[in-house]
Ligand binder design. Structure first.
Ligand SMILES: *[C@@H]1O[C@H](CO)[C@@H](O)[C@H](O)[C@H]1NC(C)=O
Ligand SMILES: *[C@@H]1O[C@H](CO)[C@@H](O)[C@H](O)[C@H]1NC(C)=O
Ligand SMILES: *[C@@H]1O[C@H](CO)[C@@H](O)[C@H](O)[C@H]1NC(C)=O
Ligand SMILES: *[C@@H]1O[C@H](CO)[C@@H](O)[C@H](O)[C@H]1NC(C)=O
Length: 551
């Protein structure tokens, strides 16, 4: 009994001393008042503005659970002024997030009630997240005023459910982590050559032929559930249906793939990219993408890929050759790609969709609609690590909105604290970058997770907390670059994820990180050791495990 009490006492001590080094991503402005308050048990959120939406009420419930889970005011804590609740004033009824949504908020931490003001419910969600990160484990909180808004409108992650399949629960977990990092776009690369798990109602043969198995599918109901779940957390879900390349499984029965031929023997071989010369191709795309637009509503954007189109197959096909002969205005295979993209984008526009494409569409000189968003993905690694700068200069110089993912391919992993490599890339560091940013032509950043080596067993640990380094780059001011400070916050944010049920991986220990060239010395690093900093979390990951003989 005595032992147990000692343990409890120690546990309380550790919890009570859990530090708060600051919010991640770092807010634009924060002024502490020097007061310390404590949250009362009676604490309640209250919508005081004209706009109290179900979305806001839902967030109140979530954050009350997050803040008060397993925490009780500690009897030993000093008597502090008590905060009894939080008044939230949302001043507009915007409920759909776009690239121009006002995501700003103000948070006043003061007694007897906190105060939040936000132009939209989405700003209010971020205020609640910030508040939840400021509360210590003993329910005390420092008085402060935070005025905050994101630097970039698009703060995304990309997941790939073609190369491996993720159950819905793991996607929801990922969305939660995104919301904790104030990220707001899930780019869902839902299908590709490897499998076609999108279960269409209008074209059911696509997943019947293309999914790994009848179990490995996302039904329309499941997708709507994910879209709704994400929207409640301020995250848009943008689906990607990559064309005309990266198609194989799922498309075979529709008569839209190009038959490739052996150039020497003239014998038919495999099937390649979509055949841009067939009207059937556009009929299928029109049917499919109209359904997709509806299933992912209210999101208007669809990513239609356009990367890595292998033209050899088109070149080998005699039917395409004769079509080109009959259509002299389409001069060559680059022209054929333009022809395809123009018909595709016109079709999307007619359906009320907006479009994002990979950079090749721009690189190949395809004449595209001026409202196309271009995703820059090449030249972020190895010997090519700065090539993205030239591309960003060209894309934004031509007046297109861009999303930068090239230097944020987080599916690459390396020994050591590799988050620093991503954190240190300044996205406007290219010729004309500052002007492009102020003209809104850098829509934002995206951390990509191609899933050759990822499935639900390691999505959370590979993505988090590393993607939060990209989240801070996308949200915080350009001047927020102090690695030591970021490291402390990232460590604590990762421990926070564990308490919220997400198995985010450690970012190192003081001895490992101290070896970084130019980084803090071992002594500097370890002096910030709020208990165990770098080495452990106050509440370690404790997996729910059930061995076969225990089930
Ligand atoms: C909410 O904010 C609006 C706009 O600033 C203001 O007019 C209104 O009085 C505020 N309401 C409350 C209850 O604070
Ligand atoms: C294919 O569609 C184009 C454009 O709508 C049209 O001009 C052409 O006649 C169609 N071809 C066939 C074979 O239906
Ligand atoms: C900007 O890019 C250059 C390479 O073009 C690189 O050497 C430099 O470190 C970058 N600066 C920042 C602040 O990212
Ligand atoms: C960086 O952050 C650390 C930890 O917060 C702080 O001690 C240090 O002074 C900061 N460095 C600079 C240059 O601001």
């Amino acid at each position: 009994m005595k032992d147990l009490r000692t343990h409890l006492f120690l546990a309380v001590l550790v919890l009570a001393s859990t530090p708060v080094s600051g919010v991640l991503p770092r807010p634009q402005q924060q002024t502490d008042s020097g007061d310390v308050f404590s949250l009362g048990e009676e604490f309640q959120f209250l919508a005081v503005g004209v706009h109290s939406t179900p979305m806001l009420q839902n967030a109140f419930d979530r954050y009350r659970a997050i803040i008060f889970q397993r925490r009780k005011p500690d009897g030993a804590a000093p008597a502090l002024s008590t905060i009894t609740g939080c008044d939230v004033n949302v001043t507009s009824d915007v409920q759909v997030k776009t690239l121009t949504t006002d995501e700003s908020y103000e948070l006043h931490v003061r007694a007897p009630r906190l105060f939040v003001r936000a132009a939209t419910v989405f700003g209010a969600l971020y205020a609640l997240e910030t508040f939840s990160q400021l509360v210590r484990s003993d329910l005390s909180i420092d008085g402060t005023v935070i005025t905050d808004k994101p630097r970039f409108a698009y703060r995304g992650t990309m997941i790939d459910t073609s190369r491996h399949f993720y159950p819905v629960t793991s996607i929801k977990m990922h969305i939660d982590a995104m919301a904790y990092a104030k990220m707001n776009v899930l780019h869902w690369h839902i299908v590709d050559e490897i499998s076609f798990p999108y279960e269409s109602v209008v074209l059911p043969q696509m997943s019947l032929d293309g999914a790994f198995s009848p179990k490995h599918v996302y039904s329309i109901a499941a997708i709507r559930e994910i879209v709704e779940y994400a929207m409640l957390r301020g995250v848009r879900v943008i689906p990607e249906f990559d064309t005309p390349g990266h198609v194989s499984r799922g498309w075979g029965s529709l008569g839209v793939l190009t038959q490739c031929y052996d150039v020497k023997t003239g014998a038919p071989t495999n099937f390649g990219a979509l055949n841009p010369t067939l009207n059937q191709t556009y009929a299928v795309l029109s049917t499919l993408l109209a359904e997709v637009r509806d299933v992912f509503a209210p999101e208007a954007y669809i990513h239609v890929g356009g990367d890595e189109v292998p033209k050899e197959c088109w070149q080998s096909n005699p039917q395409i050759a004769s079509w080109l002969h009959e259509h002299p205005s389409v001069k060559d295979f680059a022209g054929l790609e333009t022809y395809f993209e123009q018909r595709l984008l016109a079709l999307l526009k007619a359906q009320g969709s907006s479009y994002i494409v990979w950079q090749e569409i721009f690189d190949n000189g395809v004449e595209i609609l001026p409202d196309t968003v271009i995703e820059v993905w090449k030249g972020g690694h190895g010997g090519d690590q700065w090539l993205w700068q030239t591309e960003m200069a060209k894309v934004t110089g031509a007046g297109f909105k861009s999303v930068l993912s090239a230097p944020y391919y987080l599916n690459y992993i390396a020994y050591g604290a590799d988050w620093i490599n991503y954190y240190s890339i300044e996205p406007a560091n290219f010729t004309g970058g500052a002007a492009a940013e102020s003209n809104g032509l850098i829509a934002g950043l995206e951390a990509c997770f191609w899933s050759e080596y990822i499935d639900a067993t390691n999505l959370a640990s590979r993505a988090w907390p590393r993607a939060a380094a990209v989240a801070e780059r996308a949200w915080s001011a350009e001047t927020v670059t102090n690695l030591t400070d970021a490291e402390r916050r990232l460590h604590e944010w990762r421990c926070m994820l564990l308490t919220r049920g997400i198995n985010a991986e450690p970012i190192g220990t003081c001895s490992v990180n101290a070896q970084r060239v130019g980084g803090p010395t071992l002594q500097q690093w370890c002096q910030y050791q709020v208990p165990g900093y770098g080495g452990y979390c106050a509440e370690e990951w404790d997996p729910v495990y059930s061995a076969p003989w225990d089930r």
